[in-house]
Design a protein. Structure first.
Length: 172
């Protein structure tokens, strides 16, 4: 039987060695270490969940700001926060909309403060809020579970006003 292994002497012992195989395995091990290092570094900075790079913010001037997770997990609770300038309020009321395609890929568990009304159309889901115009900004928090997987694009806007687009990636 022929084998690529060479019989060599190590001290008084005869040992089968296949140096080509060993060198290939060392290369595979080094690549494995590099991949593990990149995954650990990504996790440490928040690219795989909580961390300094996990949260993003999209703004439309001083009127509208949306804070959201850059990377979310499928069917895991998360939060999306919207800040609206009370300067755009009409008689203490602000209407904020989510684009329908994005909203359909979410399960919205709660909205704080509770909206006065919610209306849907073919392209938008609109939430009407009563706001305190004495405050400079109103904060709206959406507790959501993502129902889709992969890249997701969304838009949030103020009825008759500014719009903000953003993107998220949802892990399985």
């Amino acid at each position: 039987m022929t084998s690529p292994a060479e019989i060599g002497n190590v001290g008084d012992l005869q040992v089968d060695q296949d140096m080509a195989f060993h060198k290939r395995m060392w290369t595979v091990q080094r690549l494995g270490w590099v991949v593990c290092t990149f995954v650990l570094a990504a996790a440490a900075v928040g690219l795989l969940g909580d961390g300094p790079m996990a949260e993003r913010s999209a703004k439309a001037g001083d009127v509208l700001e949306v804070r959201y997770g850059r990377i979310e997990r499928h069917r895991s609770p998360s939060k999306m926060s919207v800040w609206v300038s009370t300067d755009v309020a009409d008689a203490g009321v602000v209407e904020v909309w989510l684009d329908r395609v994005f909203a359909d890929r979410l399960r919205i568990d709660s909205v704080t403060p509770e909206p006065e009304s919610v209306t849907t159309s073919a392209t938008r889901v609109t939430y009407t809020f009563e706001v305190d115009e004495a405050q400079p900004r109103a904060h709206i928090s959406y507790a959501v579970d993502h129902q889709g997987i992969g890249p997701q694009r969304g838009e949030v806007g103020i009825v008759g006003g500014r719009t903000v687009g953003f993107g998220q990636f949802v892990l399985p």
